[in-house]
Design a protein around this ligand. Structure first.
Ligand code: 13P
Ligand code: SF4
Length: 303
C-alpha cells in the first residue's frame, strides 16, 4: 500500500470510529503529518484529557498513552506499537519508590511523566520537562525526591537552590550519551548558531546551552527568535516542525546519535493497523489509575 492509500484508509477509519490521532514531537515525519495534534508530553496530556473523541491513537511511547488513559478512562486509548517503551521510565519501580520514601519521610515525591502508572500512583505530583520548575517551586516541602531522571532533577535543583533535590539514578539513553566534546566541535563549526537543548541532557551539556526546555519550548524558542541558526540538542523528530515553521532558518542536529529508537517504531502502517484492529489497547487497574490521576491532576492544576 502506498502512502496515499494509507492516508485515505486512515482518514476513513478515523471518521467511522470517531478517533483522533495524537503524535509526540519525536515521531517520524509522516506520522506527525497525519496527526490531529502534535506536541510535547504536557500539551498532549492536556489535549487527551479534553478532546471529544471515542478513540485516541497515541503515536508515542507507552507512558504517554498510559497517561492519556489515566486522564480519560472512558476513551479507548491505542498504542500502535505495543513495544514502544521508554527505557528511562523503566528505571523506576513502585517498590523502589516506596523504599526511597521510607528513607526520606519528610520529602515529597515528584515523578517525571516519563514513568509508569504504578510509579505515578506512589508519587504526590507529576511533572513534565516543560513545567518541572513550576511544579517543584509550588511545593511547600523543602525535600523533594525527584524520579526518575537525574538530569532533569539536576536542572531543577540548579534553578531552585532553596530546595533539596534527592535524585534518582535514571536517565534517557538518547540524551544522556551526548558528549561535551561533540558539542564543543559543533559550536566551533557554527559559532553564530544558538544551542537549544532538552533538560534530559547531562548538566555539562545544559551548562553550554543558550536555552534549555521541553520539545515544544525548543520549537517555540526557535520560532520566536531573531537568530537564524540553531544547534538542536534533542531528538531529531523536532526538526520536522522546526523546518516547516522556519523555512528560512537553519538547524543543525547537535549529534547524529539523537534518535530515540522507540519513538521511531510507529509508522503510517502501524497507525492504520491500530485503527483497523483496535490495538494495542491500554488498560489499567482502577485503583492504580485513580491514584496516578491524582498526581497528574495536581500537575495540570498548576500550569
Ligand atoms: P517533552 O515533554 O519535552 O516532549 O519530552 C518527552 C521526552 O520523552 C523527552 O525525551
Ligand atoms: Fe524515553 Fe529518552 Fe525516548 Fe524520551 S527520548 S521517550 S526519555 S528514551
Amino acid at each position: 500500500m502506498d502512502t496515499k492509500e494509507l492516508l485515505k484508509e486512515i482518514k476513513e477509519l478515523k471518521q467511522i470510529k470517531n478517533a483522533v490521532i495524537v503524535a509526540h514531537n519525536y515521531q517520524i515525519d509522516d506520522v506527525q503529518a497525519v496527526a490531529d495534534m502534535v506536541g510535547d508530553s504536557l500539551a498532549l496530556s492536556r489535549y487527551c484529557a479534553t478532546v471529544d473523541a471515542d478513540v485516541i491513537v497515541f503515536c508515542g511511547v507507552h507512558f504517554m498513552a498510559e497517561s492519556a488513559k489515566i486522564l480519560s478512562p472512558e476513551k479507548t486509548v491505542l498504542l500502535p506499537e505495543a513495544d514502544a517503551g521508554c527505557p528511562m521510565a523503566d528505571m523506576a519501580t513502585a517498590e523502589a519508590v516506596r523504599e526511597k520514601k521510607k528513607q526520606h519521610p519528610e520529602a515529597v515525591a515528584v515523578c517525571y511523566i516519563n514513568s509508569s502508572a504504578e510509579v505515578k500512583a506512589e508519587c504526590d505530583i507529576c511533572c513534565t520537562s516543560s513545567n518541572a520548575i513550576d511544579v517543584v517551586r509550588s511545593l511547600k516541602e523543602k525535600e523533594v525526591i525527584f524520579i526518575p531522571d537525574m538530569n532533569l532533577g539536576s536542572f531543577v535543583a540548579k534553578k531552585l537552590p532553596e530546595k533539596k533535590i534527592i535524585p534518582w539514578k535514571g536517565f534517557c539513553i538518547t540524551h544522556h550519551k551526548i558528549k561535551a566534546e561533540e558539542v564543543k566541535q559543533m559550536k566551533a563549526q557554527h559559532p553564530d548558531a544558538l544551542l537549544l537543548v532538552h533538560p534530559e541532557c547531562s548538566p555539562e551539556i545544559v551548562e553550554m546551552a543558550d536555552f534549555t526546555g521541553s520539545t515544544k519550548q525548543i520549537i517555540d524558542f526557535a520560532n520566536n527568535s531573531t537568530n537564524s541558526k540553531f544547534i538542536i540538542g534533542t531528538e531529531m523528530g523536532v526538526l520536522y516542525k522546526l523546518k516547516n515553521d522556519n523555512p528560512n532558518k537553519t538547524f543543525y542536529l547537535m549529534s547524529q546519535g539523537l534518535i530515540c529508537p522507540n519513538m521511531k517504531k510507529t509508522s503510517l502502517k502501524s497507525v492504520l493497523d491500530a485503527l483497523k484492529e483496535m490495538k494495542h489497547e491500554i488498560n489499567l487497574d482502577e485503583d492504580i489509575r485513580t491514584k496516578a490521576k491524582k498526581s497528574l491532576d495536581r500537575m495540570l492544576a498548576i500550569k
